[in-house]
Design a protein around this ligand. Sequence first.
Ligand SMILES: [Zn+2]
Length: 370
Amino acid sequence: MELCYSCNEKFTDSNSSQEHILLNSIGGRLKSKNLLCKDCNSKFGYKSDRELSKQLQFLANYLNIKREKGENQPLKGLISESGKKYNLTDGSKPSLSKPEIEIEKQHDQINYSISARDEKELIGILNGIKKKHPELNIDEAKKHFKWKEEYLTESLTHNMAIGGNLAFKSIVKTAVNYYIFIRNEKSQIEHLLPYLKDNEELSVVHHFHPKALPFKKEIEEVSHTIHLVGNKHEKALYCFIEFFSCYSFLVLLSDNYIKENFVSTYTYDVIQNKIIDRKVKLLLKSDFIKESIRNPELNFKVVKQKLDRVMQIGDKIQNKKQVSIIIENSVQKIFERFSHESKITEQMIDDLSNEVSIEFAKYLHRNQKK
Ligand SMILES: [Zn+2]
């Protein structure tokens, strides 16, 4: 469109901005410069988008999703069995949420035991202790520290609930963005704008997990899908949205749709980073849509199956990543060990094989313990 659909300002070179139709934080690539002006883009749906991003972050990190801009944000505050808090950056590297300091008093002596995540953090903590105990020699104390990479042997728990009013709003916004992007008009969704601007509440979206899946997935596919249907006989404009091939929703954009019939589908595989050409079969009656939103049938089994499938794909990605880390580290070690050699020798190849097999044995042992 030529005007921002939120504030009706005409687009110019200076106020236009790229609006992600699917959130950037979950690997969305579909975007348009003809939806929202710069000003509206930065405010409109900010809170709800942030909430949905937060809820889907675990999968984004676990699947190592590439974002278009910015880094994956660490998932904060996961609790381990022993009650320690961890952050999870990309699924393979949990780190303590905060450094740990244990203090033990023995008569006139105080023992500090510190787990810091890097040297900078350690020095910061030591400086803090020095304020209380000026006699502390930081350089001397540093000598007693050992740096080690530890594998986490206990499991982490995380609340994976998706939904709620705020997240729902972001899902409706995706559907609205897609409608305007495809149809280049806003008369049929205009009534949703006060809801998207937080000025009123509506019930137009809910979880939707039909037993008969509306399309067939490719074997290793993990994708986001938007499927939009306008049906003037049913007076219905509705949108099926699925994130990470797991969580799907039905949005009723209008029950008074009067424009032409159309169907439009967009599927983006976030692992392969490619658009998938997809045929979706989802012809719904107006009354059924309303009832599904008012009174959703939450099909636990379907959600479980979908989640199970995606977690297994994620597990493979994590394993592959670990394998290449092991090999890279081993090569690094060998090059350091033989830094005086000017060419590759048989000894180096032998040592590399040994190194790799030792590291793999450790890795497999660890995995079995899981
Ligand atoms: Zn605007």
